[in-house]
Design a protein around this ligand. Structure first.
Ligand code: GLA
Length: 442
């Protein structure tokens, strides 16, 4: 009898489970875009746990080291005492640069997925920075997949593969670090086949029409944004929509870069506006759209950028200007730099220092002391402007973690421009960037 009862219970139980499953399936198949996103994100979350085993240690890094100033170690990052270097020498306690500046702006670093697969580097990044930028992996030559594009056979829709950027995106998500999306539309590191009929990679293959190219641009931007916003919701807070579109030395109208610039060649001069239009269409409302460039403090370039951004702002398409700031110890001079920051601030947009590094030809004590002073002067200026609200500086990103991996450090021309050495030890430059009392101010 009991057996029969148990049998009936079990059948009722199974029936109920079947009903709820059916209900769930029909809800999700009816689901709107949001529903699809949620399902995808969940799937991704499972994959993340499986695939990022090699990063699990780094995932816990932030909790262990409690670094960002608001979790019990305020003293270490306190701005009251500028004795970070001596504290480090005495006790080995290293202040966190993003902790020190946490109430002014984010402090970021450019890196590759390869970097953060090294536990020690991942740990250092998670403890020092609250923003990261992929040095390369979100550029078109990394994100576009030609084989899949050819297979799809759609002249208007190139196909992407974000596999290269996944490591950094997962790392950012798991560690609660924000990311700058760098970069959607750029004349460089973008394959020519993106612009040709049939995605042909022959060097002389003809270009598609402006209309087809605009569809390709829209589809490219849409896919990249949808991918990261679906799978890594909330990670990217700023997009470099267009990079380096001004090159006044080329003498073209409005200072536009035209040489070797397929975007300009195939779409025409409004390619910048169109890129921002599509980016606005697909970005999450809280994501900020940036125009990013180098040499932004050179007068002729400054005025061309100002005009371009002013027009975009008038159309509600842009939120900020990225000043790359690849500097030298003596260049640019401070007056030009201050002038540029204040001039751009007139537009009322955010300013982010997106690629800061300072070329330093050797690692002698003398050169490195100059480098430290230069960082101190630059950071104190940026902090002052940001605090006074004179310039809305919301991020300062260093272009690389360690000297040996810097793009400036080449076999034929070495450079030691960053805050950490190849052994991940903080350099005097690090303490300069913290405005430490041990570093000269001029
Ligand atoms: C430019 C680009 C960056 C990077 C640097 C050099 O500034 O915006 O992505 O390529 O050059 O490393």
């Amino acid at each position: 009898m009991k057996g029969l009862q148990r049998g009936i219970h079990r059948s009722v139980y199974c029936f109920l489970i079947m009903c709820s499953l059916l209900l769930f399936v029909s809800c999700s198949s009816k689901g709107d875009e949001k529903e699809t996103k949620e399902v995808k994100t969940d799937t991704e979350a499972v994959e993340t746990n499986v695939k990022t085993d090699d990063l699990t240690e780094s995932t816990n890094v932030k909790e262990d080291s409690e670094v960002h100033g608001d979790d019990g170690k305020e003293n270490m990052n306190s701005k009251d005492s500028k004795a970070y270097a001596s504290r480090y020498q005495e006790s080995g306690e290293l202040a966190s640069i993003s902790g020190v500046y946490s109430d002014v702006f984010r402090v970021g670093v450019a890196l590759s997925g390869f970097d953060i697969k090294e536990q020690a580097k991942a740990k250092l990044v998670a403890s020092q920075f609250n923003s990261i930028t992929c040095e390369n992996e979100m550029k078109a030559d990394f994100t576009l997949d030609r084989e899949k594009t050819l297979a799809l056979k759609d002249e208007e829709c190139p196909v992407i593969n974000m596999g290269n950027a996944d490591t950094a995106l997962k790392f950012a998500k798991e560690n609660g670090i924000g990311m700058r999306g760098h970069t959607l539309v750029w004349y460089s590191q973008t394959p020519r086949w993106l612009f040709t009929v049939g995605y042909d990679d022959a060097p002389d293959a003809p270009y598609v029409s402006r209309e087809v190219m605009l569809s390709r641009m829209e589809n490219y931007i849409r896919q990249v944004m949808e991918y990261v916003n679906t799978n890594y919701q909330g990670v990217i807070y700023a997009w470099d929509v267009v990079n380096e579109a001004i090159a006044t030395e080329e003498g073209e109208k409005n200072g536009l870069r035209i040489k070797n610039n397929y975007w300009y060649e195939v779409v025409g001069e409004d390619y910048i506006e169109m890129a921002f239009t599509y980016a606005r269409k697909y970005a999450e409302p809280e994501q900020k759209l940036f125009y990013n460039d180098y040499g932004t403090y050179e007068k002729s370039k400054l005025f061309a950028i100002f005009k371009l951004v002013e027009e975009l702002k008038g159309k509600g398409l842009i939120d900020g200007i990225g000043m790359q700031d690849h500097m030298q110890i003596e260049y640019p001079n401070l007056l030009d730099y201050q002038y540029a920051l204040k001039k751009y601030a007139e537009l009322g947009l955010e300013i982010q220092i997106t690629e800061l590094d300072i070329d330093a030809p050797d690692d002698t004590k003398e050169t490195q002391a100059k480098l430290a002073t230069r960082y101190k002067v630059i950071l104190s200026l940026l902090e002052k402007y940001a605090r006074e609200g004179e310039v809305k500086i919301t991020n300062v990103t260093f272009w690389g973690l360690t000297d040996d991996r810097s793009w400036l450090n080449r076999a034929d021309k070495p450079s030691f421009p960053l805050l950490f050495d190849r052994n991940l030890k903080p350099k005097e430059a690090f303490f300069g960037a913290l405005q430490d009392e041990s570093v000269n101010s001029y």
